[in-house]
Design a protein. Structure first.
Length: 231
């Protein structure tokens, strides 16, 4: 799987070669892209590139990107980037970073794109928590953002018995499929668990419907079902 992913990234780098050089987004030595330079430089997460290969998540800091095996020297900001010109379309909710040689410890970030690349769901997890679970729609009028965390967590907790649910942390499983359909249907897995405990996590399969109209988005929970999830 890693070999296939590597080949795809290399092919993408070659296809963007002339455009990237003109726009200031250039392949780096770690199968990714750097957009801009100096303190404005942004490093792209190759695993978040959209199906259209025109958009991706990236990260930056106010002091620029570190070199070699150095860690970021300032707070990390995750952003949505247009790869054709390196423009930042909006700030994301996570603070994940990866240099190709190092990465944020116990942090994870995924981008679940719609097939037409017009929308994406961000899942940003730290060691125990889901720090950001957001929907973004990319349109001519700009970026539309919708927080899904505050919608989903109460719906999941409502499915657990109160005495069983007590003390458990909510988390979207970034290691299981998060799928955004063309019609706005979103499916994913979530858990309620007790950190540093041998108590089994409570698993759930969740389905939402998300709609975007002009400069606004709205979501509703279609179903939340208890499920046995892989460890």
């Amino acid at each position: 799987m890693d070999r296939i992913r590597t080949v795809a990234i290399i092919a993408f780098a070659l296809s963007l070669g002339s455009v990237a050089a003109k726009a200031g987004c250039a392949p780096d030595q770690h199968q990714s892209f750097i957009c801009g330079d100096g303190t404005a430089a942004i490093r792209i997460f190759p695993d978040t590139i959209s199906p259209s290969r025109q958009l991706a998540f990236g990260w930056r800091t106010s002091k620029g990107l570190p070199s070699g095996q150095a860690e970021p020297a300032a707070d990390v900001e995750n952003v949505l980037v247009k790869l054709s010109d390196g423009a930042v379309l909006g700030r994301l909710g996570g603070a994940y970073w990866a240099t190709g040689e190092m990465r944020a410890n116990r942090y994870d970030l995924i981008a679940a794109w719609s097939p037409d690349s017009r929308a994406v769901v961000e899942v940003a997890n730290s060691r125990w928590d889901t720090d950001a679970f957001r929907f973004y729609a990319i349109g001519d009028a700009g970026l539309v953002s919708l927080d899904l965390h505050d919608l989903v967590e109460p719906a999941v907790r409502a499915k657990a018995a109160k005495k069983v649910e007590k003390g458990r942390v909510f988390r979207v499983r970034e290691d299981l499929p998060v799928k955004l359909e063309a019609d706005g249907r979103l499916t994913f897995a979530a858990i309620l668990f007790i950190p540093k405990s041998e108590e089994p996590a409570l698993g759930f399969r969740v389905e939402l419907m998300i709609k975007t109209v002009k400069s606004a988005a709205a979501a509703r929970v279609i179903s939340v079902e208890r499920a046995k999830l892989p460890n």
